[in-house]
Ligand binder design. Structure first.
Ligand SMILES: C[S@@+](CC[C@H](N)C(=O)[O-])C[C@H]1O[C@@H](n2cnc3c(N)ncnc32)[C@H](O)[C@@H]1O
Length: 250
């Protein structure tokens, strides 16, 4: 027993890397992300309980030198927070198991790991279970940066401000950033699209408005203008970037 305890204490913990893999196009992976994905022993990717595909996993598949064991973790996207919490905890335990074996691992996540990502919830729980764990977060190119770049659209210039709104609830149309920001980025535009478009119109954002879905992936769609956007069916992997019309700029 004593010997067993001693052995457990002397195993060096693995390092956890939170790796942003960008919006889906492997060409938008950073060199640091590739280096880490090729170095670790295990790569975890996240998918939703009802998802057909695992986008972060597909990006990792495209990294030629990645020999790591691959594990897909299923996360609940239910509105009930209890379901989500349970999935975060269960998946954190799986990650901790690997770290306790001394294996370095990466949690690959779309876009940037610190922007509306499952990674931050998982990380909190991993740290509760393993406070001494070493963690490194590798930033990724966000979905909205990729959309702005594709359209050569300056997100903000000079004194302009940028608002980031998770637009999946009805209440999000009352977000104060509709009144204060010069450019708004609306993520998760898969519910209440009509209300969102009305809020954009009423707040002077109708002039320059781009909708994009599945950027960098098969089935990508990109349209501009309120009327054209209104005709597109709602889908999870979509966003809107809108710029306030000049006469309303502060
Ligand atoms: C959970 S958030 C993840 C955000 C991500 N961490 C980032 O930095 O872009 C998911 C939302 O990001 C946006 N998104 C992520 N990847 C996208 C893509 N390839 N095309 C369009 N929107 C995307 C959508 O608004 C989607 O509902």
């Amino acid at each position: 027993m004593l010997a067993e305890n001693h052995e457990r204490k002397t195993v060096k913990l693995g390092i956890l890397y939170g790796v942003g893999v960008g919006p889906g196009d492997p060409g938008l992976l950073t060199l640091r992300a590739v280096e880490v994905l090729c170095r670790v022993q295990v790569v975890f990717s996240a998918t939703g309980a009802h998802s057909q595909d695992c986008i972060s996993g597909s990006v990792v598949d495209a990294v030629p030198g990645c020999q790591a064991e691959r594990v897909t973790l299923v996360f609940s996207m239910a509105r009930e927070m209890e379901d989500r919490r349970q999935a975060w905890s269960e998946n954190a335990e799986k990650v901790v198991d690997v770290l306790r074996q001394g294996k370095d691992c990466a949690f690959a996540t779309i876009g940037d790991p610190l922007i509306y990502s499952t990674y931050t919830y998982l990380l909190r729980r991993v740290r509760e279970l393993l406070p001494e764990v070493r963690v490194e977060t590798i930033p990724g190119i966000t979905s909205f940066q990729a959309v702005a770049a594709r359209n050569n659209l300056p997100l903000v210039e000079d004194r302009e401000t940028l608002g980031l709104i998770p637009a999946w609830t009805r209440e999000s149309v009352h977000d104060p950033q509709f009144h204060s920001a010069d450019t708004v980025v609306l993520l998760k535009t898969y519910h209440h699209r009509r209300e969102i478009l009305t809020a954009l119109q009423e707040n002077g954002f109708a002039g320059e408005c781009i909708y994009a879905s599945r950027v960098g992936l098969a089935g990508e769609e990109m349209v501009s203008g309120i009327d054209a956007i209104a005709r597109i069916p709602e889908t999870y992997l979509s966003l809107i970037i809108a710029k306030r019309q000049p006469e309303k700029v502060k």
